[in-house]
Design a protein around this ligand. Structure first.
Ligand code: BES
Ligand code: MN
Ligand code: ZN
Length: 497
């Protein structure tokens, strides 16, 4: 993972005259009478003799969201090109800035050094968007193509103190880096990322960050009775793991448990998936990736919290040792589950991890998973579904909206519970109905959440993995959702309990 180096810089005309940047990024908006420049572009426009709006309009630019137009500076600036990026409607929101910065980050590929003025509109959003937009994953390419921008000078906003600006830059950079950590894990193919290698990567990150980590292998899982993780992982030649890693902050006032689904590849098992798009199931460990990255982030930003991540890691494969439809699993904690469909595996590994998490007596539980295709039917590819206990669910959803990850609250209708009754065991892993599949999965998980524990379940089946083209600050492949939501919830708990 290569992250551009960002540093605050002046944006006076004198400073611009000496910039070492090859490109200067300015924002544009769709004014009532056509394109206008966003705050931060003044000095650039002055250096070009006040012609920038006319030139951009002549080129047909309108300031619409994510529009990118390059204008040569013809010797008037040391930077050869002005990159004008559209923010869309005037008085842009943070998310408009983040997306525009993302579009600029992508367009800067092949440029070694740039100067962005989007930070004058919103420093945090400009930093996050630029880093996220610049990200590429070329680990497996013989010829990686244009390198992402490696240095970005960030114009200092007009208001606020230098100290505040430095703190914002530091936090935004750390948040964006954690999103990239999650993306790298999601983008690593399943032949290289399997339970054992995922656990090794978690160990390495934990060492670098000074986190406590414990990895349970298949023998320990067996001894302790983790029937869900062992059942799902039993078909693979690469045995399952449970990773628990934790950060304890200074004066930690609250304890937060994070649980993430870590199916390193989901074939469906004996209830085999169809061939079309099965390759997307390389992303079925996105929840675990986000949780790992979030614990690392909590440590980097020294949140005054105790944060523990639980990663149940397994590969769901069909083989002679696979679990079968009809099997009954005894889960961690003793509840029994009749498996009616081996493709509803996520809830089985999660149930074990959720029960384990409660043993540490957290104040909150956030669990995230690429859990159901039904999430995409209900909410599409860009909107996580958020379920859980009413109050905490609404709090997490409001925060998800504010971050631009846009999670939306969904109910757990009581009448669906009966559909999970089993003729044989305490519970069946699927209902016999096609309807409300995302909610039924949430209701299954609720059976394993300790009484009275505020919890949120974030289904990211669609939003975790971008199978379409790049947009805003989101490239193809792993998106890193919901790292920024989790980061913001942790910050909110640190502030407000
Ligand atoms: N990992 C899938 C869910 C998924 C589907 C994620 C598409 C991303 C994109 C999950 O394990 C699964 O297979 N769920 C089943 C549940 C069903 C058998 C009740 C599904 O959604 O079809
Ligand atoms: Mn599945
Ligand atoms: Zn799955």
């Amino acid at each position: 993972m290569s992250v551009p180096k960002l540093a605050l810089s002046e944006i006076t005309e004198a400073a611009l005259g000496k910039t070492r940047a090859e490109a200067v990024v300015v924002g544009t908006v769709q004014g009532a009478n056509g394109l206008e420049l966003a705050p931060g572009a003044e000095a650039v426009d002055a250096a070009l003799g006040g012609t920038l709006v006319d030139v951009l309009r002549t080129l047909g630019a309108t300031g619409k969201a994510e529009e990118v137009v390059k204008v040569p500076t013809l010797g008037k600036l040391p930077a050869g090109v002005v990159l004008a990026v559209g923010l869309g409607k005037p008085e842009p929101t943070q998310e408009q800035v983040r997306r525009a910065a993302g579009a600029s980050g992508r367009a800067l590929a092949g440029t070694a050094r740039a100067l962005t003025t989007l930070s004058v509109v919103d420093l945090q959003a400009a930093v996050e968007g630029t880093i996220l937009g610049a990200y590429t994953f070329t680990e497996y390419k013989s010829e990686p193509g244009d390198a992402p921008v490696s240095t970005v000078d960030v114009a200092t906003p007009a208001d606020g103190s230098a100290r505040e600006h430095r703190a914002t830059l530091k936090a935004a950079t750390a948040i964006a880096e954690s999103v990239l950590t999650a993306r790298d894990l999601v983008n690593t193919p399943p032949n290289d990322l399997f339970p054992g290698s995922f656990a090794d990567r978690a160990k390495k990150l934990a060492e670098q960050t000074g986190l406590d980590i414990e990895v349970l292998d298949e023998k320990q899982l067996k001894r302790k009775g983790y029937g869900g993780i062992l059942g799902v992982g039993g078909g693979s030649s690469r045995p399952p793991r449970l990773v628990c890693l934790s950060y304890k902050g200074p004066k930690a006032k609250r304890k937060v448990a994070l649980v993430g689904k870590g199916i390193t590849f989901d074939t469906g098992g004996i209830s085999l998936k169809p061939a079309a798009n099965m390759d997307h199931m390389t992303s079925d460990m996105s929840g675990a990736a986000a949780v790992l990255a979030s614990v690392v982030l909590a440590a980097k930003l020294k949140y005054p919290l105790e944060v523990t991540g639980y990663l149940p890691l397994a590969e769901n494969m069909p083989s002679g040792t696979s679990y079968r439809p009809g099997d009954v699993l005894t889960m961690y904690g003793g509840k029994t589950v009749e498996v009616l469909n081996t493709d509803a595996e996520g809830r089985l590994v999660l149930a074990d991890a959720i029960v384990r998490a409660a043993e540490d007596e957290p104040d909150y539980l956030i669990e995230t998973s690429t859990l159901t295709g039904a999430q995409m039917v209900a909410l599409g590819n860009r909107t996580p579904g958020i379920m859980g206990s009413d109050e905490f669910r609404d709090r997490v959803a409001a925060i998800a909206q504010a971050t631009g990850e846009n999670g939306w609250p969904m109910p757990l209708p009581e009448e669906l519970r009966g559909d999970l009754d089993s003729k044989l065991a305490d519970l069946a892993n699927v209902t016999g109905s096609r309807w409300g599949g995302m909610l039924a999965a949430g209701i299954f998980l609720r059976e394993f959440v300790a009484e009275g524990l505020p919890w949120a379940h974030i289904d990211i089946a669609g939003p975790a993995f971008n199978t379409g083209g790049p947009w805003g600050y989101t490239g193809k492949g792993g998106t890193g959702v919901p790292v920024r939501t989790i980061a913001a919830v942790l910050a909110d708990i640190a502030d407000n309990g």
